[in-house]
Design a protein around this ligand. Structure first.
Ligand SMILES: C[S@@+](CC[C@H](N)C(=O)[O-])C[C@H]1O[C@@H](n2cnc3c(N)ncnc32)[C@H](O)[C@@H]1O
Length: 412
């Protein structure tokens, strides 16, 4: 049941990726040279800029390189890459949103950072099996920074006869998306925006800039960049009653907040759902995370040197869900729920899917055991189950709580 077509992974479009950076940056012959050129011109760059270049340089950025990432052969597994149960369970929440919105046709699902299209496939399949009238109303839009990956995904859906249901949507830089009635969705996207790395020194925040020293990139402390200062991080700490101590490190991402504000403006009526590794500010900036949360992923191993193997490793930082919520509220969204991925998937009764798989005569033992292990990984409160889930709404019912927010998260 619910098998993704092999074409999801197999299609390849040789067209070159479009640039989200000035073309002049494509001139140096490697990512390292491109970043060094920018540092040479400016003297130093904020870590947020370094991260943006490392991930999204049009030619060599981690996410814009031709290899398929993430995935089993890649550097880490996201929830949809772990098992189709994730998307099938999520489709139950989408079906409920459709009911709450009064069964609009079309129901637009706009998925940001859709990657290979795996989550889209599972949601479409989940709706087809569990909520056919909602599936009939569905218009699914993939938004993906990597145009090559987007073309691959769209070709795969077209090959399966779903070209009229799943389409690509290009949102021009600095422009807002067309307002939709439906659900805006982003899984593991918010943690891939550049962050400013800040450190508490002598009663105030300083910023870690990136310089080139000797033969490698290095950090250098200085005053806050204008972008970081505009986010008023000290005001944010005061607002949440957070007192830092000498040497404590935090990150802020004005880019992630600006992105979520744009997500909000793209909703005429409906729900925004963000799933990612992160916490509300009070939890995020608590003692045991004050050494910073920037992490590098390569070959399914996690490291903490963002300056190693630039462009060959993924860089992430925990998401400040309070900052996203504030950005959404500033655009007129209202809070609909926040929980953990484990509680969210439990609320959506993902376990039923495993039981149903076990009852199917065609299911083999290895297939069942793999699904069982994946189910555990997705809800494990010490693993992916810890991820945060935030839902906000515009002109859409928030009471009673949406279905995914009914089981209370485990705390330990
Ligand atoms: C960690 S991957 C997650 C992919 C997929 N959502 C999943 O869960 O498997 C992040 C994806 O977001 C894309 N991305 C990052 N920023 C984006 C943006 N502003 N708009 C659209 N896609 C973006 C990247 O190219 C990459 O494919």
């Amino acid at each position: 049941m619910f098998l993704r077509p092999s074409t999801i992974a197999a299609m390849h479009d040789p067209s070159p990726p479009a640039s989200r950076l000035p073309p002049s940056l494509a001139l140096p012959a490697s990512l390292e040279a491109a970043i060094r050129a920018e540092i040479a011109a400016a003297g130093r760059i904020p870590f947020a800029r370094f991260m943006d270049l490392a991930l999204y340089h049009p030619e060599w950025g981690y996410y814009l390189a031709p290899e398929r990432r993430p995935g089993r052969p890649g550097d880490f597994l996201t929830a949809p890459e772990t098992h189709p149960f994730f998307g099938i369970a999520l489709s139950r929440q989408i079906a409920e949103c459709w009911e709450r919105l009064g069964q609009p046709a079309p129901l637009v699902v706009r998925e940001y950072g859709a990657g290979s299209g795996a989550l889209a496939w599972d949601i479409v399949a989940g709706l087809a099996a569990q909520a056919p009238p909602c599936r009939a109303a569905l218009e699914y839009r993939l938004v993906e920074a990597n145009p090559r990956r987007l073309q691959e995904a769209l070709a795969a859906f077209a090959a399966e006869g779903l070209g009229d249901v799943v389409r690509g949507e290009v949102i021009a830089a600095n422009a807002d998306p067309e307002p939709i009635v439906g659900v805006a969705l982003a899984n593991e996207v918010a943690d891939a925006f550049g962050v400013h790395r800040l450190i508490w020194r002598a009663g105030g925040l300083r910023e870690e800039w990136v310089v080139w020293r000797g033969d490698r990139f290095a950090a250098e402390e200085g005053e806050l960049s204008p972008e970081a200062a505009a986010a008023d991080p000290e005001g944010m700490l005061r607002e949440h009653g957070i007192a830092l101590e000498e040497g404590d490190r935090i990150e802020v991402s004005p880019a992630a907040a600006a992105w979520f504000a744009s997500v909000a403006r793209g909703l005429r009526r409906g729900y925004a759902l963000v799933i990612d590794y992160g916490y509300p500010a009070l939890e995020l900036y608590s003692a045991h995370r004050l050494s910073g949360t920037v992490r590098a992923y390569r070959g399914h191993a996690v490291g903490d040197d963002p300056f190693a193997d630039v462009g060959e490793q993924d860089l992430t930082a925990h998401v400040d869900f309070s900052a996203l919520r504030r950005a959404g509220e500033a655009e007129g969204l209202v809070f609909a729920g926040q929980t953990t991925q484990g509680a969210f998937l439990a609320s959506l009764e993902m376990g039923d899917l495993l039981v149903a798989l076990g009852r199917e005569p065609a299911t083999t033992l290895p297939e069942y055991l793999a699904a069982q292990a994946a189910t555990l990984r997705l809800i494990d409160p010490g693993g992916m189950g810890r991820f945060g889930v935030l839902m906000m709404a515009r002109e859409a019912p928030i009471s009673p709580p949406p279905r995914g927010f009914t089981v209370q998260p485990l705390r330990f």
